[in-house]
Design a protein around this ligand. Structure first.
Ligand SMILES: [Fe+2]
Length: 196
C-alpha cells in the first residue's frame, strides 16, 4: 500500500516561523516518499535472490521503520497546531488524568524530556491497561517507544524543528513556543479515543 502525504491547515504560529514550518513540512513529505520507495524496493528484493541481497535487504528493513516513524510522528505533531492555540479544558478527562498522574508538573517534566540530548521526540503515551500515562523519549523516531501504546502528545526535538528560529542552542525557547501553540482539543480527542 502506498501512503499519501497529508495536508495540514496550519495557522500562523507564535514563535515558530512560517519558513521553519514550510521546511519542516518538506521533511515530512520526504519521510512519506522514502517510506513508499523503500517498501517498493523491498517487494523487489523479496521476490529476487534474498540471500544475495541480504545486506541491502536488512539495511532497508531497518531504515523503513525510521521513515515510518518520521511520517507518523510528524502527522501527530502538525495536527496539534491545527485550529489554533486552545488551552486545555480544565474539566476534561485528559486534564483530570494528567493532574492525577503529574499534579502540576506535567509541562515541566515533558519539557525536561524534550531537552534530552540527541535527535528525537518527547512523547506522551496512554497505557489503558495500567490506567496511566507514560512519558518518554524516542531516539530519532523509531527507537525507545513504549510498544503498542497510543501517543497523546508528540514534541519534535530534532534540530531541524528549531535551528532556523532559535539557533542550535535554542531548544528550550522552541519548546516554550510549542506549548503556546497547541490546540489541546486535539489531544483531548486522542485521549478520549485511547481510553475508550
Ligand atoms: Fe521534524
Amino acid at each position: 500500500m502506498t501512503y499519501q502525504e497529508k495536508k495540514f491547515d496550519l495557522p500562523e504560529l507564535e514563535g515558530i516561523s512560517k519558513k521553519s514550518v514550510e521546511e519542516h513540512l518538506g521533511l515530512y513529505a520526504g519521510y512519506v516518499k522514502n517510506f513508499n520507495a523503500i517498501s517498493a524496493k523491498l517487494v523487489e528484493y523479496a521476490k529476487e535472490d534474498t540471500e544475495k541481497n541480504a545486506h541491502a535487504l536488512s539495511e532497508l528493513i531497518r531504515r523503513r521503520s525510521f521513515e515510518f516513524g518520521g511520517m507518523r510522528l510528524h502527522e501527530l505533531y502538525f495536527a496539534q497546531f491545527e485550529g489554533g492555540s486552545t488551552p486545555p479544558t480544565t474539566s476534561s478527562a485528559l486534564a483530570e488524568a494528567l493532574k492525577r498522574d503529574y499534579q502540576e508538573y506535567f509541562e515541566q517534566y515533558f519539557k525536561a524530556i524534550g531537552l534530552m540530548r540527541g535527535p528525537g521526540w518527547a512523547l506522551l503515551y496512554w497505557d489503558k491497561e495500567a490506567g496511566q500515562f507514560l512519558a518518554g523519549f524516542s531516539g530519532e523516531q523509531h527507537q525507545g517507544h513504549f510498544v503498542t501504546l497510543p501517543i497523546i502528545l508528540a514534541l519534535d526535538v530534532w534540530e531541524h524543528a528549531f535551528i532556523l528560529d532559535y539557533g542550535a542552542q535554542g531548544k528550550g525557547k522552541y519548546i516554550d513556543a510549542f506549548f503556546k501553540n497547541l490546540n489541546w482539543t486535539v489531544m483531548e480527542e486522542r485521549f478520549s479515543l485511547a481510553s475508550k
